[in-house]
Design a binder for this molecule. Structure first.
Ligand code: 5GP
Ligand code: MG
Ligand code: MG
Length: 188
Protein backbone atom coordinates (compact mmCIF):
# COMPACT_ATOMS: atom_id res chain seq x y z
CA UNK A 1 0.00 0.00 0.00
CA UNK A 2 1.14 3.56 -0.69
CA UNK A 3 2.28 3.26 -4.29
CA UNK A 4 0.97 4.75 -7.53
CA UNK A 5 -0.47 1.40 -8.59
CA UNK A 6 -3.18 1.95 -5.94
CA UNK A 7 -4.57 4.88 -7.94
CA UNK A 8 -7.57 4.06 -10.11
CA UNK A 9 -7.63 7.30 -12.10
CA UNK A 10 -6.01 10.74 -11.98
CA UNK A 11 -8.58 13.53 -11.54
CA UNK A 12 -6.28 16.59 -11.45
CA UNK A 13 -2.76 16.46 -12.85
CA UNK A 14 0.20 18.33 -11.45
CA UNK A 15 -0.18 20.90 -14.21
CA UNK A 16 -3.99 21.28 -13.70
CA UNK A 17 -3.29 21.98 -10.03
CA UNK A 18 -0.44 24.37 -10.70
CA UNK A 19 -2.54 26.46 -13.11
CA UNK A 20 -5.51 26.55 -10.78
CA UNK A 21 -3.38 27.48 -7.75
CA UNK A 22 -1.91 30.40 -9.73
CA UNK A 23 -5.43 31.65 -10.50
CA UNK A 24 -6.47 31.30 -6.86
CA UNK A 25 -3.35 33.15 -5.70
CA UNK A 26 -4.10 35.99 -8.12
CA UNK A 27 -7.69 36.20 -6.91
CA UNK A 28 -6.66 36.16 -3.25
CA UNK A 29 -3.90 38.73 -3.85
CA UNK A 30 -6.37 41.13 -5.44
CA UNK A 31 -8.72 40.73 -2.46
CA UNK A 32 -5.87 41.16 0.04
CA UNK A 33 -4.86 44.49 -1.40
CA UNK A 34 -8.39 45.83 -1.00
CA UNK A 35 -8.99 44.40 2.50
CA UNK A 36 -6.26 46.37 4.36
CA UNK A 37 -4.67 45.16 7.60
CA UNK A 38 -2.53 42.07 7.97
CA UNK A 39 -3.41 38.57 6.88
CA UNK A 40 -2.51 35.23 8.40
CA UNK A 41 -2.60 32.13 6.19
CA UNK A 42 -3.50 29.14 8.35
CA UNK A 43 -2.88 25.71 6.85
CA UNK A 44 -4.92 22.82 8.19
CA UNK A 45 -2.30 20.16 8.86
CA UNK A 46 -1.36 17.85 7.39
CA UNK A 47 -3.49 17.77 4.23
CA UNK A 48 -2.98 21.42 3.20
CA UNK A 49 0.82 21.50 3.40
CA UNK A 50 1.43 21.44 -0.36
CA UNK A 51 -1.41 23.80 -1.23
CA UNK A 52 -0.33 26.43 1.30
CA UNK A 53 3.30 26.11 0.14
CA UNK A 54 2.35 26.57 -3.51
CA UNK A 55 -0.16 29.32 -2.76
CA UNK A 56 1.96 31.60 -0.57
CA UNK A 57 4.89 31.50 -3.02
CA UNK A 58 2.60 33.22 -5.51
CA UNK A 59 1.51 35.97 -3.12
CA UNK A 60 3.77 38.98 -2.79
CA UNK A 61 1.84 40.96 -0.14
CA UNK A 62 3.33 40.76 3.39
CA UNK A 63 1.55 37.85 5.10
CA UNK A 64 2.23 35.53 8.00
CA UNK A 65 1.83 31.74 7.98
CA UNK A 66 0.76 29.31 10.65
CA UNK A 67 -0.69 25.80 10.97
CA UNK A 68 -3.45 24.24 12.99
CA UNK A 69 -4.06 20.52 13.39
CA UNK A 70 -7.53 19.04 13.67
CA UNK A 71 -8.43 15.41 14.20
CA UNK A 72 -11.70 14.16 12.81
CA UNK A 73 -11.02 11.20 10.59
CA UNK A 74 -8.84 8.53 12.14
CA UNK A 75 -7.47 6.45 9.30
CA UNK A 76 -10.80 5.68 7.61
CA UNK A 77 -12.55 7.40 4.74
CA UNK A 78 -15.50 8.83 6.72
CA UNK A 79 -15.32 11.63 9.29
CA UNK A 80 -16.40 10.68 12.78
CA UNK A 81 -17.74 13.03 15.45
CA UNK A 82 -16.87 16.62 16.34
CA UNK A 83 -13.44 17.77 15.08
CA UNK A 84 -10.90 18.37 17.85
CA UNK A 85 -7.97 20.80 17.69
CA UNK A 86 -4.91 18.73 18.54
CA UNK A 87 -2.25 21.31 17.75
CA UNK A 88 -3.10 24.97 18.18
CA UNK A 89 -1.93 28.13 16.39
CA UNK A 90 1.32 29.77 17.40
CA UNK A 91 0.29 33.21 16.12
CA UNK A 92 -2.31 35.51 17.67
CA UNK A 93 -5.10 36.10 15.13
CA UNK A 94 -6.83 38.85 17.10
CA UNK A 95 -7.71 41.68 14.72
CA UNK A 96 -6.26 39.80 11.74
CA UNK A 97 -7.76 38.64 8.47
CA UNK A 98 -7.37 34.86 8.28
CA UNK A 99 -7.25 32.70 5.16
CA UNK A 100 -7.80 29.09 6.21
CA UNK A 101 -6.15 26.74 3.73
CA UNK A 102 -7.66 23.25 3.43
CA UNK A 103 -7.26 20.25 1.17
CA UNK A 104 -10.93 19.35 0.75
CA UNK A 105 -14.35 20.34 2.09
CA UNK A 106 -16.46 17.23 2.58
CA UNK A 107 -19.19 17.27 5.25
CA UNK A 108 -18.08 20.81 6.18
CA UNK A 109 -17.71 19.93 9.87
CA UNK A 110 -13.97 20.57 10.11
CA UNK A 111 -14.15 23.99 8.49
CA UNK A 112 -17.26 25.10 10.36
CA UNK A 113 -15.69 24.32 13.68
CA UNK A 114 -12.39 25.99 12.70
CA UNK A 115 -14.19 29.11 11.50
CA UNK A 116 -16.05 29.49 14.82
CA UNK A 117 -12.82 28.82 16.68
CA UNK A 118 -10.99 31.59 14.79
CA UNK A 119 -13.93 33.94 15.24
CA UNK A 120 -13.82 33.32 19.02
CA UNK A 121 -10.08 34.03 18.92
CA UNK A 122 -10.91 37.50 17.55
CA UNK A 123 -10.13 37.19 13.83
CA UNK A 124 -11.56 40.14 11.88
CA UNK A 125 -12.52 37.95 8.95
CA UNK A 126 -12.12 34.30 7.99
CA UNK A 127 -11.82 33.26 4.35
CA UNK A 128 -11.31 29.71 3.15
CA UNK A 129 -9.16 28.43 0.32
CA UNK A 130 -9.64 24.74 -0.38
CA UNK A 131 -8.18 22.79 -3.28
CA UNK A 132 -11.28 20.62 -3.56
CA UNK A 133 -14.94 20.79 -2.66
CA UNK A 134 -17.35 17.86 -2.58
CA UNK A 135 -20.66 19.75 -2.31
CA UNK A 136 -22.73 16.57 -2.68
CA UNK A 137 -21.45 15.41 0.73
CA UNK A 138 -22.18 18.58 2.70
CA UNK A 139 -23.83 18.10 6.11
CA UNK A 140 -23.01 21.47 7.67
CA UNK A 141 -23.12 24.81 5.84
CA UNK A 142 -19.74 26.57 5.83
CA UNK A 143 -20.53 30.13 7.01
CA UNK A 144 -17.70 32.59 6.48
CA UNK A 145 -17.33 35.49 8.90
CA UNK A 146 -16.42 39.17 8.65
CA UNK A 147 -16.95 39.29 4.89
CA UNK A 148 -14.53 36.40 4.27
CA UNK A 149 -14.58 34.70 0.88
CA UNK A 150 -14.56 31.10 -0.31
CA UNK A 151 -11.90 30.14 -2.87
CA UNK A 152 -12.27 26.65 -4.35
CA UNK A 153 -9.81 24.99 -6.71
CA UNK A 154 -12.03 22.28 -8.16
CA UNK A 155 -15.47 20.87 -7.51
CA UNK A 156 -14.78 17.19 -6.99
CA UNK A 157 -17.04 14.21 -7.68
CA UNK A 158 -17.88 11.97 -4.74
CA UNK A 159 -14.86 9.63 -4.73
CA UNK A 160 -12.30 9.11 -2.01
CA UNK A 161 -9.26 10.92 -3.39
CA UNK A 162 -5.61 11.06 -2.36
CA UNK A 163 -2.45 12.92 -3.34
CA UNK A 164 -1.21 16.51 -3.30
CA UNK A 165 -1.31 16.44 0.51
CA UNK A 166 -4.29 14.13 0.97
CA UNK A 167 -3.82 10.74 2.57
CA UNK A 168 -5.22 7.36 3.24
CA UNK A 169 -3.68 5.98 6.45
CA UNK A 170 -1.04 8.77 6.16
CA UNK A 171 0.16 7.47 2.77
CA UNK A 172 -0.08 9.03 -0.74
CA UNK A 173 0.37 12.65 0.47
CA UNK A 174 3.51 12.99 -1.66
CA UNK A 175 1.81 12.23 -4.99
CA UNK A 176 2.02 15.41 -7.11
CA UNK A 177 -1.49 14.89 -8.51
CA UNK A 178 -4.96 14.12 -7.10
CA UNK A 179 -6.30 10.67 -7.91
CA UNK A 180 -9.09 8.29 -6.99
CA UNK A 181 -7.90 5.57 -4.63
CA UNK A 182 -8.89 2.04 -5.67
CA UNK A 183 -11.75 1.08 -3.32
CA UNK A 184 -10.15 -2.32 -2.64
CA UNK A 185 -7.38 -0.48 -0.76
CA UNK A 186 -9.73 0.77 1.94
CA UNK A 187 -12.36 -1.99 1.89
CA UNK A 188 -9.81 -4.78 2.41
P1 5GP B 1 -15.16 17.29 6.66
O1 5GP B 1 -15.03 17.76 8.08
O2 5GP B 1 -15.50 18.42 5.70
O3 5GP B 1 -16.08 16.12 6.53
O4 5GP B 1 -13.81 16.65 6.26
C1 5GP B 1 -12.74 17.38 5.96
C2 5GP B 1 -11.48 16.55 6.04
O5 5GP B 1 -11.70 15.15 5.77
C3 5GP B 1 -10.59 17.02 4.94
O6 5GP B 1 -9.83 18.10 5.39
C4 5GP B 1 -9.76 15.79 4.65
O7 5GP B 1 -8.66 15.76 5.52
C5 5GP B 1 -10.71 14.64 4.92
N1 5GP B 1 -11.34 14.17 3.66
C6 5GP B 1 -12.59 14.38 3.20
N2 5GP B 1 -12.79 13.81 2.00
C7 5GP B 1 -11.62 13.23 1.67
C8 5GP B 1 -11.16 12.50 0.53
O8 5GP B 1 -11.85 12.23 -0.47
N3 5GP B 1 -9.87 12.06 0.59
C9 5GP B 1 -9.04 12.30 1.64
N4 5GP B 1 -7.81 11.83 1.58
N5 5GP B 1 -9.43 13.00 2.72
C10 5GP B 1 -10.71 13.46 2.73
MG1 MG C 1 -7.92 18.57 5.77
MG1 MG D 1 -6.69 12.33 6.29
Amino acid sequence: MGSESDIERILYTESDISKRVSDLAAEISADLSSSGGSTVFVGVATGAFLLIADLVRRISAPITIDFIRVESYGSGTESCGEPRISCDLKLDVTGKHVVLVEDIVDTGRTLSSLISYLEKKGATSVSVCSLLDKPSRRKVEVKLVGGGKLYIGFECPDYFVVGYGMDYAELYRNLPYVGILKPEIYTK
